[in-house]
Design a protein around this ligand. Structure first.
Ligand code: ADP
Ligand code: MG
Length: 343
């Protein structure tokens, strides 16, 4: 298992062939995939959503505690999450990588295993990319394409006064996962040989290392003929994201602390760091849940889905953006959350 194959033994074209030889296209819209100057897709009268992300080692991920397979998986997921946040269905990705000679072929294979696992799970075709060497660590760039029926895409600018504010899943756990991994890294740097103590923290660590995109929520909207008025994914914490919707839609909002979905495991973990779980939900990042606004008339349908929580409502802009706390307080929502995280 500890075999190390130098990438130089394959060369660039050999590497690309090796990485892409098992692709089986899954979408009728993929007319031509890897192997030519460009790929060809045809969305048969539907509209195309395009989104792209750049991930840099040392900035967006830390390979000391991120397994390459998880990194490959997550790199795809963060892009698919953006496509779902437009109320679209992802269909293709391109993946470009800058790899240093620190990486063996086996390491790159592990990364691609995660990439293909995500592609298969979400029914997405890998249709191209670019491969280059890097002198500054691993570089990953992914572009995702998706399709949506004409005029069914959902923007950030179109929330309406009185709309309910909803989120999927639970919030804040990925941030606590990061705190655990950073703590263990620090201990390891100071005294190598000490085994990491991550016992019992698999939920929060899993939320950081292996996030999922909310395909199920988009499917639920389609089944129930629901159409959010505004939507985005939560990558920077609920506070920062709801402020985007407020600003872009020229409205204010009220959030209820008690309504914010927090997982029991996350709550326990937050107390170990003496951090307020609500602050994590508001200001922690990388949850990849969906935040959307929707008409109050749709409330009866929304409650059918236990993965959806109503956390507040949109107001006129003059009222500003506030959170009502469990203790009866009222605080302005700020991009850092109302209770700064201890760092
Ligand atoms: P070009 O010279 O046009 O850049 P390349 O030789 O780089 O073409 O790539 C050949 C084919 O392999 C193209 O279809 C390209 O999209 C695909 N490809 C290159 N690198 C990757 C990669 N890392 N992952 C997936 N497909 C790739
Ligand atoms: Mg190229």
């Amino acid at each position: 298992m500890n075999q190390r194959t130098e990438i130089s033994t394959l060369g660039e074209f050999g590497l690309i062939e090796h990485l892409t030889k098992n692709i089986e296209l899954q979408n009728a819209s993929t007319i031509l995939g890897v192997g030519d100057d460009g790929a060809v897709i045809d969305h048969f009268g539907r509209q195309t959503v395009i989104t792209t992300d750049l991930l840099l080692e040392g900035v967006h991920f830390d390979l000391t505690y991120t397994p390459l397979k998880h990194l490959g998986y997550k790199s795809v997921i963060v892009n698919l999450s953006d496509v779902y946040a437009m109320n679209a269905t992802p269909t293709q990705i391109t993946l470009s990588v800058g790899i240093s000679n620190r990486f063996s072929l086996e390491a790159v294979d592990e990364f691609y295993e995660g990439v293909y696992t995500a592609c298969n799970k979400y029914g997405v075709d890998l249709i191209g990319g670019d491969t280059t060497s890097s002198k500054t660590g691993l570089i990953i760039s992914i572009t995702a394409l998706g399709e949506v029926a004409p005029d069914k895409f959902v923007k950030r600018t179109t929330a309406q006064k009185g709309d309910l504010i909803c989120v999927s899943g639970d919030l804040g756990a990925a941030y606590i996962g990061l705190l655990f991994l950073e703590r263990e890294k620090k201990i390891f740097m100071e005294s190598p040989g000490v085994q990491p103590d991550l016992e019992g923290e698999s939920y929060v660590i899993g939320r950081l290392l292996k996030p999922e995109a909310r395909k199920d929520i988009i499917e639920f909207f389609a089944q129930q003929e629901l159409m959010p008025t505004a939507m985005m994914d939560i990558s920077d914490g609920l506070s920062s994201e709801i402020l985007h919707i407020c600003k872009d839609s020229n409205l204010g909002c009220v959030l209820y602390e008690e309504k914010i979905p927090i997982h029991e495991e996350m709550k326990k973990a937050a107390y170990k760091f003496e951090i307020d779980p609500t602050a994590c939900a508001l200001s922690g990042g990388e949850d990849y849940e969906l935040l959307f606004t929707i008409s109050q008339n749709d409330y009866d349908k929304l409650v059918l889905n236990e993965q959806i929580s109503v956390v507040g409502y949109m107001t006129e802009p003059e009222l500003g953006s506030h959170i009502l706390t469990k203790g009866g307080g009222k605080h302005p929502v700020t991009a850092q959350g109302w209770n700064h995280l201890k760092k």
